[in-house]
Design a binder for this molecule. Structure first.
Ligand code: 5CA
Length: 438
């Protein structure tokens, strides 16, 4: 992408409405714009990041055997009357009436809808287990939408729902999601810690929130320090095997959110120097709730002996749009965003320090063309702007690698490579710059 052609409205000043760094940087780097309270439009750069996050979520879900579906945003109130949640959900639900005076709503979550889809499509124990997911916009009329996309009213969620014949199967499904979530967040460069959590309006008695530590986090959290650096990506995961031992490894160390925290247990289980009391951002939440929805909604299958079995369910959420803010909270410095490569909107940036058609532009054009051929996502700053402005903009946008191309370097056949994260700079021959990427 050529920056001269890109729709990238960056801001020089800090927007006054933004209280936390990720919100400020998302506005300043031109990722999003607010269109109404808690509702955001995604601009080209922000959308690229959102799509990268979705891709990682999909790959990790698919690896577990979960299958993607797409359910609508608008739901019928009758569905929610069946489960008994229509009245219970309260003012967070956006209720709508259509032209025929039918009660509709903008979905805040999909337990009811998926239970009906499953009920109508599965008849026998042979149809189990199943795990269905979708990535869809949700609406919750939050009292206090704040911190940008972190607590929005409209937000993008990956939610999935597992169906099993018995509790043992349901726990297996829960464990698969537990491990898939560890992998998903680690691939995004995040250290997400699973913590025992309250189940709120979703219900059930087993639940973990996945929390990344950040001073601006909305929840107070308490955990054993040993959880912060545990690694999952180095492990070979077989989703067909029993994952309980991996789950136990993570859950045997104390970790709880504010609502579940028990100060006496914390003190007894964790030596003082290993105790971590911090604030965190909830990026995912998983629930096992048994037959809470399947019983009232009559989601039953025929068991092996012909008997009717009410299916056991769980649901699993990831805040896809929240993650854009959460990643920035975890990955930034004074100059701007420092994207982990896996989610970066562009991997490489080319900064042309002398645009206007001379030898520097010729060198940049050939670098740009070669990177495009290799399929490396490249943002080429070909604008007629002074060098200082280009450096500042590119640091703000946070591309992991910058190729800085100026007259002196080109005369010597060289370009400078800058690593955005470490700030390390290196002069290399132009051909060598190319072999680094792709
Ligand atoms: N049905 C269940 C699991 S699919 C569910 O809705 N869980 S949830 O309420 O915990 O939401 C799942 C995830 O969505 C949360 O972990 C959080 O990351 C994200 N989320 C929830 N509310 C908001 C919001 N107002 N703005 C942005 N993200 C949100």
């Amino acid at each position: 992408m050529r920056m001269s052609e890109y729709f990238l409205p960056t801001l020089k000043e800090n927007p006054s409405e933004a209280q936390i760094v990720s919100h400020r940087l998302m506005l300043r780097a031109g990722l999003v714009r607010q269109t109404s309270a808690g509702i955001y439009a995604w601009l080209p750069l922000g959308l690229k990041v959102l799509r990268n996050i979705e891709r990682i979520v999909r790959e990790e879900q698919d690896a577990t055997g979960a299958q993607e579906v797409l359910m609508p945003t608008i739901q019928s109130a009758d569905l929610w009357r069946e489960s008994g949640r229509y009245d219970a959900y309260g003012p967070e639900m956006l209720r709508i009436r259509d032209r025929h005076e039918r009660d509709m709503l903008f979905g805040p979550t999909n337990e009811e809808m998926i239970t009906v889809l499953f009920r109508d499509g599965a008849k026998s124990y042979r149809d189990l287990p199943k795990n269905l997911y979708h990535i869809q916009w949700k609406f919750r009329d939050e009292v206090r939408p704040r911190f940008g996309v972190m607590r929005g009213r409209e937000f993008l969620m990956k939610d999935n729902y597992s169906f099993d014949l018995d509790k043992e199967g349901a726990i297996r499904s829960y464990n698969k999601m537990f491990v898939a979530y560890l992998r998903t967040f680690a691939r995004m460069g995040l250290k997400a810690i699973p913590m025992r959590a309250d189940t709120g309006p979703i219900g059930g008695d087993l639940s973990h929130e996945f929390i990344i530590l950040a001073e601006t986090g909305e929840s107070a959290v308490f955990c054993h320090k040993g959880l912060v650096d545990k690694d999952i990506l180095g492990r070979n995961i077989d989703y067909g095997a029993d994952l309980q031992s991996i789950v136990n490894e993570w859950t045997s160390l104390y970790a709880a959110t504010d609502e579940m925290h028990q100060a006496d247990h914390f003190a007894a289980q964790v030596p003082t120097h290993e105790q971590l009391s911090a604030r965190g951002i909830e990026v995912g939440h998983i629930f096992y709730f048994g037959t809470k929805y399947s019983r009232p909604m009559n989601a039953v299958v025929a068991g092996p002996g012909g008997e009717q079995v009410t299916v056991e369910m769980g649901s699993y959420g990831i805040g896809v749009s929240r993650l854009v803010g959460a990643i920035i909270e975890a990955c930034h410095d004074e100059a701007g965003i420092v994207w982990p490569e896996s989610v970066a909107p562009f991997k490489v940036a080319i900064l042309n320090l002398k645009p206007g058609g001379g030898v520097v532009s010729v060198a940049c054009e050939s670098l740009y063309a070669a990177l495009c051929v290799k399929g490396v996502e490249t943002l080429y700053d070909d604008r007629d702007v002074r060098a200082g402005g280009k450096f500042a903009d590119m640091d703000l946008i946070g591309t992991p690698w910058q190729l800085i191309v100026g007259p002196k370097g080109v005369a010597a056949g060289k370009v400078e490579i800058k690593n955005r994260k470490t700030g390390a700079r290196e002069e290399v021959p132009i051909e060598q710059a190319l072999t680094r990427f792709g």
